[in-house]
Design a protein around this ligand. Sequence first.
Ligand code: NAP
Ligand code: GDD
Length: 350
Amino acid sequence: MDQKRALVTGITGQDGSYLLELLLSQGYEVHGIIRRSSVFTTDRIDHLYEDPHEVGRKVILHYGDLTDSAVLRRVIDRAQPHEVYNLGAQSHVKVSFEEPEYTADVVAMGALRMLQAVLDYREKSGQDVRVYQAGSSEMFGSSPPPQGADTPFHPRSPYGVSKVAAHWYGVNAREAYGLFLCNGILFNHESPRRGETFVTRKITRAVGRIVEGLQTKLFLGNLEAKRDWGFAGDYVKAMQLMLQQDEPGDYVVATGTCHSVRDFVEEAFGCVDLEWEKYVEVDPGYFRPSEVHVLQGDTTLCWERLGWKAEVDFPNLVRMMVDYDVTLARQEGIMRTAGHHMAVRGAASI
Ligand code: NAP
Ligand code: GDD
């Protein structure tokens, strides 16, 4: 194969940005679908942006949306991808209770639209296409830990239900049409590029701002929930590895360890020698109508088949995020002193 081409939905998201870096480092030409917005949403990939006038560029962005099948078909025709990574999603669990129908449209129907577009392109062009579908440990929901390849799904949110539908649409395309489709069932993965309303980043952002005197309180919901938290930069490697195997399959991707939200808080405030109890308050407004209490992945298959395991452990993940957010808050403080009362948003330097 001469030039390997990938198409990535959700390229402006946390994972999309790390995956873009990984694919470029391996020589891919990468096409990404971005949504039109009244403000720029490309902060996380701005450092990789290439002007359309550049000859031989490797990053090509297309406007599109997972709710619009015509544009998905058009972009696939233009990109002619060998690999498609479907990462686009309304990915916030709590928000999915507020917007269940929209979440289903993007997460479940969006995955189906993408599969249909790939299948039609494959038939028309005669070119093989491999597909990665971003599944989630939220699909396991209330099934007890450790959750592995054989654990039954019992989702606890409209988001989780939609991801289960996307999972089975993928399995069906594999069984019915022989599509090379891999479902990656990824447990929570974080980074300094994590969206600021997910609990880990909400905590580390607050720690940075408290240290800099920009904030005095942090309001959180359920401190007892437990998650298997890893580093997003590690997890995108597993996605790409899945599509390089001889046979398609579904994989659980996790660290195999598990910590509570309270543990994360303790660790993060500990990084800057602050007593978290002085700053953190529980606000039931952040509780979910139905909670996923414990997620802890069984990593056996991923290790045996892909040779993949998480490299960044819990303390180093927390430290990486706190260090980044302390620097970010310092910049915000400087800007405030200069009279700019605007939050400095997370840039993509880590
Ligand atoms: P994220 O940071 O929230 O990024 C989501 C991406 O999807 C963004 O690029 C967003 O675009 C895009 N998007 C949202 N709605 C869309 C639509 N209607 N059409 C096209 N694109 C749309 O999520 P992430 O953490 O990178 O996660 C990537 C994927 O993995 C998601 O499918 C998520 O559900 C799944 N996942 C994540 C985790 C995790 O712990 N991070 C674990 C398991 C599974 P904008 O930038 O314009 O908003
Ligand atoms: N967001 C948030 N905000 N969560 C809080 C808060 C808060 O103030 N306080 C406590 N939590 C608890 C939530 O109730 C949940 O149990 C846990 O912290 C983690 O919440 P999130 O960080 O929002 O992540 P999530 O586990 O619900 O979903 C993430 O991981 C999934 C994989 O398991 C998202 O990235 C999903 O897209 C992903 O599929």
